[in-house]
Ligand binder design. Structure first.
Ligand code: GLC
Length: 824
């Protein structure tokens, strides 16, 4: 590891190990040599906002999410995936076999069969045994495209969900590149599951007789899930599968299409030259459609398939007719593109670092939007069975959507605050689509996060009226939005522990801390810092909502907690993390394990609570003890026996997940803290080392494994056996906070209540950068010049040539664009 100069590590704290790139240990310890060149696997096509894949056998399925906000499909680069309507918990349409081999099955597959020879292959590469001679796939924003050629037939398939119907559109373009006429059997296949995935696992043998697939006279298959005691039967849609090309045959019974002891690799029906015409009144359902296409030499033809939902027979019929309109697919695709162009039009930057620029202009806001939509529900790693909407997770996700779509951000705040009780606490997870009871465990942090989101929305919009909206409480009654936020503070203020810090309650942001507070006495020093961060915002919100008289109370609370943090909370070289039930501190040099925790160091600065020398010392300790070449560990040393070998604080293996992994989400706060301390080079080191393709390059693709275009929740740490292995990609708070850290702290362009504050903290070697940012209806064309090669410190700002006092550029509701020149 490249150590920065700094004070020597305390005894026992030299944590990090070197990882040799390209060396992948097998179980027996032998090093397997695999292709390491990333460009052999994928290429970014930034001008198209796409990433292209050159081979199907990536270390894991690399996913994309296709969605119109109601109908969704998670689809891999190799064509595996799962479609669902609103909820993957109760309205999952297709079956995806999580954790099972072969990996990444099933999916919305197309098979192309030469009617003469009977040979068949899939444009998605998988799953047919015969493979295309040429193949690539690409993920774009809301679509995935496969381009393949086999036996002189070229197939381009674009999968996407358009805004006009709730359906996955499979847009297939075939070209005959041979001198002979080609007659092709084209099959579209999707395996339907039971919509309730948990019921399928538990009660399939009975309930399977309550599902049906029927042939619709308009040449479609209609799948009905009508199972006794299912949730919200009246809101459960019918599923249709159809084509815009006349059908040759169909199957609704998976056993008939696939056959016995076969799989998607070799469906019996295809080998017999056509589907069997099966419907299904009980059994294992599927949708399989066959159409036939004759292509003259050089001819190109398009076939579209649709897998969609509609609420009843009449709507199914309408959807079928609508989807067959000549321009339906083209219009749908154009609208999808337009929607993303307009969304991303809120921000565009040019940076000296192409990897960062790509993340900030394309993939990071895209990932953050998907988190906002799906919370932590369903991914290659999360089975979509129970997590609904997590209060704390979604509250944080709002931060990175507010700059693009403040109205959607407001709507999400309203949804969250409907989960708040009159006493100020909130439900931990809830299920707006499923109608299930929420998970009601009370955590010390959950209810506090919303104030950050609301402050950001106010800063983005300038609309203080939002605070006056009247919103219901979960347990009855209502109050203004500001009142909700105030009650969250009151809840924490009335639950302080013996030392005066907030009680941990069930846990705080670090989920595994529930074991230090089982007797209800544990206190969270980190929550004191989170509270402090929120109190600073609450002073503003009190004033904005016409309650300036509350500010003094917030201030007093802040000062009290600040004092505790700097006294009892200080361990000598870093801040302590918590007080355990038995009154001992967690996160102190006195113990052998879990001596230092990342969050307590970063939030001491984020909250403005740390005394200046302590803030610097704490972040130096992060750099010296927790940082590695692949990101910052969550804690060190990892826990194996602490505090009691019979009952350690966590069951996570050392170096994994919640225990000493590089927890990317928590790394984002180190970037912010370093920026707040003015240390732009260190902040940028922390930022850049976690850019997914940069981390992959560093770790080696076969170690890192997850997607190179979206953040993962965590990487195995140096104390594990697989340092650098990325986990739980896509759905993670890393996305929102990386975006905030980079745009608002490194690039320093941060909406505040008075306008757009500009205070970059960049690497000293940068000459400058430019950003176009939409803010309150006006486009700010910002150019930052750093010829002095400093990290931080704005010398001058000119707006349309006029010198500005201070560094907050006001809102210009009457202007379409302004030019902002910034000199560091
Ligand atoms: C996961 C959870 C999040 C929690 C974090 C740390 O990311 O989704 O709620 O804060 O782990 O424990």
């Amino acid at each position: 590891m490249m150590k920065q100069p700094g004070p020597a590590s305390p005894a026992g704290l030299s944590g990090s190990k070197e990882h040799k790139k390209g060396e992948v240990k097998t179980a027996g310890g032998a090093a397997a040599v695999r292709e390491q060149q990333l460009d052999q696997y994928f290429t970014f096509r930034d001008e198209l906002k796409e990433v292209e894949f050159k081979r199907h056998d990536m270390p894991t399925p690399w996913m994309n999410y296709l969605s119109n906000g109601t109908f969704h499909t998670m689809l891999s680069h190799a064509g595996g995936g799962v479609a669902f309507y609103k909820s993957p918990q109760i309205w999952r349409i297709t079956r995806y076999r999580f954790f099972h081999l072969p990996t990444d099955r099933s999916g919305p597959y197309i098979y192309l069969q030469d009617a003469g020879t009977g040979r068949y292959w899939c444009p998605t590469y998988e799953p047919a045994f015969q493979k295309p001679q040429e193949w690539s796939s690409s993920h774009g924003l809301g679509y995935t495209r496969f381009e393949a050629q086999e036996d002189e037939v070229a197939a381009k398939t674009v999968y996407f969900v358009g805004p006009y119907e709730n359906s996955l559109i499979w847009n297939l373009t075939l070209t005959n590149n041979s001198p002979a006429v080609k007659v092709l059997n084209v099959y579209a296949y999707a395996e339907f599951g039971m919509m309730e995935f948990m019921r399928e696992l538990q009660w399939q043998c009975y309930n399977k007789h309550q599902v049906s697939v029927q042939y619709h006279p308009k040449e479609a298959l209609v799948y009905k899930y009508g199972v006794e005691n299912q949730p919200k039967p009246e809101e459960t849609p019918l599923v249709y599968m159809m084509s815009d090309t006349p059908l040759h045959s169909y199957d609704g019974d998976r056993e008939e299409f696939i056959g016995s002891y076969r799989s998607e690799s070799n469906p019996a029906a295809i080998e017999q030259g056509g589907c069997t015409g099966s419907t299904l009144l009980g059994g294992d359902p599927c949708g399989a459609l066959q159409v036939q296409v004759t292509l003259q030499p050089g001819e190109t033809r398009t076939v579209n398939f649709f897998l969609g939902t509609a609420m009843n027979e009449a709507e199914v019929e309408q959807a079928i007719e609508h989807s067959r309109e000549a321009d339906f697919v083209a219009r749908s695709y154009a609208a999808l593109k337009e929607n993303w162009d307009s969304y991303l039009g809120a921000w565009n930057c040019e940076l000296p670092d192409a990897d960062a620029q790509r993340m900030l202009n394309i993939w990071n806001p895209y990932q953050a939007q998907r988190n906002f939509l799906f919370s932590r529900n369903i991914s290659f790693y999360a089975t979509g069975t129970f997590r609904g909407v997590g209060f704390r997770d979604t509250a944080q996700d709002i931060l990175a959507v507010a700059p693009f779509d403040p109205e959607a951000a407001k709507e999400k705040v309203r949804l969250l605050l409907g989960q708040q009780y009159q006493d100020g606490h909130v439900n931990h997870y809830f299920f707006p689509n499923e109608g299930w009871d929420p998970v009601t465990s009370i955590h010390s942090d959950d209810h506090l996060w919303t104030a950050l989101a609301v402050w950001d929305i106010l800063a983005e919009t300038g609309d203080a009226g939002f605070l006056q909206e009247s919103l219901p409480f979960y347990d009855g009654g209502e109050g203004t939005l500001y009142e909700h936020l105030k009650r969250a503070i009151d809840f924490t203020a009335s639950r302080l522990g013996p030392n005066g810090f907030p009680l941990m309650l069930r846990s705080d942001w670090n989920d595994q801390l529930f074991r230090v507070c089982r007797q209800g006495k544990g206190e969270s020093i980190w929550t004191a810092m989170q509270l402090g961060t929120v109190l600073l915002r609450m002073k503003d919100l009190a004033a904005a909502s016409g309650h300036p008289e509350h500010a003094a109370g917030y201030e007093a609370m802040y000062e009290k907690q600040k004092d505790l943090v700097n006294t009892l909370g200080w361990d000598g070289q870093w801040f302590r993390r918590a007080v355990m039930d038995d009154g001992r501190f967690l996160g102190t040099d006195e113990h052998d394990e879990a001596k230092i925790w990342l969050n307590a160091q970063t939030w001491a600065t984020l909250s403005g609570m740390a005394e200046p020398d302590k803030a610097v010392q704490a972040m130096d300790s992060v750099r010296d003890i927790l940082d590695t070449e692949l990101g910052i560990k969550k804690l060190h040393p990892s826990i194996t026996t602490f505090p009691d070998p019979a009952d350690p604080l966590t069951n996570y293996n050392k170096g994994t997940g919640e225990n000493g992994a590089v927890f990317c989400h928590a790394n984002t706060w180190a970037i912010i803290a370093e920026c707040m301390l003015g240390r732009g080079d260190q902040a940028y080191k922390y930022y850049r080392q976690l850019i997914p393709n940069v981390a992959m390059e560093q770790a080696g693709i076969w170690r890192y494994k997850a997607e190179p275009y979206v953040y993962a929740s965590n990487l195995f740490g140096p104390e594990s056996d697989k340092f650098g292995l990325a986990n739980v990609s896509w759905l993670t708070g890393t996305a929102a906070w990386m975006y905030i850290a980079a745009t608002q702290y490194i690039m320093g362009i941060k909406p505040v209540l008075e306008g757009l504050s500009i205070d970059p903290c960049i690497p000293s070697e940068w000459e400058g950068f430019t950003v176009n940012r939409r803010f309150r209806g006006c486009l700010y064309e910002i150019s930052v010049t750093n010829s002095s090669h400093s990290c931080k410190g704005v010398k001058e700002i000119r707006v349309d040539g006029q010198r500005l006092e201070g560094n907050v550029v006001p809102a210009y509701p009457e202007k379409a664009r302004v030019k902002v020149e910034v000199i560091l």
